[in-house]
Design a binder for this molecule. Structure first.
Ligand SMILES: O=C(O)C(=O)C[C@]1(C(=O)O)C=C[C@@H](O)C=C1
Length: 284
């Protein structure tokens, strides 16, 4: 059976995204859980065939660990998923001044910053996953607390629970399914809203280079959904541009734009995949 790697232990948002991906493909996968995002990424093509991981949060932006791995590796993006994300604060005391340790996943921390800022004299201990945060607060004695996914715990276990501690009620995270192999659904199916992700390498920097790259898309009415720069980590001031566009790389306008950009810069095509449906539900 094919193996799918995701962030564990069981119960993480990444696992929910992985289950949603499996359901959408109608295929069978054995899920392998890893204790960190880095370990999930390193497993693809080694012990697993595919990985499902967070790439971008609604308010916090990109998860740079995943973004940089994508830029540097030869993985393809085969699917995109969006999940609503809601956090609860749990502790064994309602006296917030008594709480000396707070367990929170390193990406979740930024999404609950306002609530966390209200805790004085509390040591913030970052974890690798939200379920690690839950397990730590369950295991450790004393006045500790955690930020955990709403619905991941039995509310009767804790004396104090505060729901919806995320800064934005409509909090969402975008996940990607990453594979060593290009998507098998490479054919441009009608009625599908495709997205294509590209990396443009700026190794011969000159005035107007980025403007020319953008013009290649704009002149063909190809819509960009995201553009982000990441340092190459080779030389200060040198960047890779990750560009997401609407459309499949086999569609004429996108293919022509890529060909044109290829003449002035290096382009890496990370694949085309059906765009995730945007959640409009506002969390109460
Ligand atoms: O810890 C989890 O539950 C995860 O799946 C990780 C993760 C992330 O790293 O972005 C996923 C969704 C939320 O944005 C917060 C945490």
């Amino acid at each position: 059976m094919n193996k799918l790697a995701t962030l564990g232990p069981k119960g993480t948002y990444s696992e929910s995204a992985a289950l949603k991906y499996i359901q959408s493909t109608n295929s069978q996968y054995e899920i392998e859980y890893f204790g960190s995002i880095k370990k999930v990424l390193n497993s693809v093509g080694v012990s697993s065939d595919i990985a499902v991981l967070p790439i971008e949060n609604f308010s916090e932006g990109y998860v740079s660990l995943v973004l940089d791995h994508l830029i540097d590796s030869d993985l393809s993006i085969v699917s995109e998923l969006l999940l609503p994300i809601q956090f609860s604060f749990v502790s064994d005391t309602a006296d917030l001044t008594a709480i000396d340790r707070l367990f929170v996943q390193f990406v979740a921390k930024g999404q609950c910053s306002e609530y966390i800022d209200g805790l004085d004299n509390t040591q913030i201990i970052t974890t690798q996953s939200n379920i690690e945060s839950l397990n730590r607060v369950l295991q450790e004695a004393g006045n500790c607390a955690a930020i955990v996914p709403s619905g991941s715990f039995d509310p009767t276990t804790f004396k104090h629970v505060v729901e919806n501690v995320n800064d934005y009620k409509n909090n969402q995270t975008r996940f990607l399914a990453l594979s060593k192999y290009r998507s098998q659904v490479d054919d441009v199916q009608a009625n599908t809203h495709w997205k294509t992700s590209l990396v443009v390498f700026d190794d011969h920097d000159r005035p107007g280079l980025l403007a020319e790259v953008l013009t290649s898309f704009a002149s063909r009415q190809v819509n960009l959904t995201s553009i982000i720069s990441r340092p190459t980590k080779i030389e200060f001031g040198q960047y890779n541009f990750l560009i997401d566009v609407q459309g499949h790389y086999r569609e004429q306008a996108v293919a022509e734009a890529i060909d044109e950009i290829n003449k002035i810069a290096k382009v890496k095509n990370m694949g085309s995949y059906p765009a995730a449906k945007v959640h409009v539900t506002i969390a109460s």
